[in-house]
Design a protein around this ligand. Sequence first.
Ligand SMILES: [Zn+2]
Length: 431
Amino acid sequence: MRTRLALAAALLAVLAPAASAGDAVLTCGRLFDSRSGALLGPHTVVVRAGRIAEVVPGRGAAAGDARAIDLSDRTCLPGFTDLHVHMGSQSSPQSYSEGFRLDPVDYAYRSVGYAEKTLAAGFTSVRDLGGEVALHLRDAINQGLVRGPRIFAAGKSIATTGGHADPTNGWNDALSHLVGPPGPTDGVVNSVDDARQAVRQRYKDGSDVIKITATGGVLSYAASGDAPQFTVDEVKAIVDTAKDYGYRVAAHAHGKEGMTRAILGGVTSIEHGTYMDEEVMRLMKARGTWYVPTIYAGRFVAEKAKIDGYFPDVVRPKAARIGALIQDTAGKAYRNGVKIAFGTDMGVGPHGDNAREFLYMVEAGIPAAQALQAATIRAAEVLGVDDQGVLAPGKRADIVALPGDPLADIGNVLKVDFVMKDGVVHREPAR
Ligand SMILES: [Zn+2]
């Protein structure tokens, strides 16, 4: 943990001074084509007004005012997308008591550092699946007040009473009576009507995507991590109402029954998917449902469960049991042909270490090229956007570069040292 923190501090120190989006010509030694999954030879990428204007083989020269950026000893890739983060928090043994002591503004200040570390690690986009902070952080980043990735934010996750993301779980009677039972405004639903209202409330809050917690969760203050927590009708009501606002729905799910109900209800992606079996995989393939494994979070909580006192007693056995299974499930899902996209659940682990998920995916048996596609072109498909995830004319100029060949050694993804987002250079190698 301490080394990771030191590493994160070092990353922050090398962020380039904020620059405006000028035109640029990048000379890349190699270029990852996320459409084919192939690593191509030298290419020149021309950036104009925040977009990619041209991608041509060979070494081109900068013309006019365009800035020449020499990455001839590096591999250029589309900026990475992490489809499952929580920018407003980072777990620690103090997390459970902090909720009673800290104010929203404390979480907001913390999120500024998390956002900078995430961007510096090569993640130019994230989908934030739960937490009000991300809605405001997104706006601050878009306004240029804070540096960070493009955020697609869910706002408050939608749960049922006592479910994963009921904000009052674990509270004593006095507190619970003071506040009263949470309802759709707080993201807690217990009927089809509640479900519709909760989605409309997210629209009012300014969400970009809807997140539901279809089963119990590892880190919530509750006994079960895998029991189903919605009816199919409630999920359907959420998905249908979400469509009215152009939203997609992501479902946190560990247990088979809750996962099945979420898929039948029409969600776009299953997150974690711990106890996914072949029957569930068949259903996902038939319905075109995506799988976002978040192996990182599984490994992280299983490791921390070995430490006395790190988690409350009600959480510890779930962390040890569920956490250890996710990597295995990810490998099986890949071999079964389930569509896989990249996500870490960062905020469980330390922000900025997101790229380690690539290594865990490769360890699980997913080829490096497919892992890189999962965080680029496939992630854009899950988001429902067609202007990122590919280095091609017309797309956003979200470009990262790293030394070495990431297909030959996936560990090279941890060495990202050039980051451009919307044509703005946020990090570059020391020369
Ligand atoms: Zn999560």
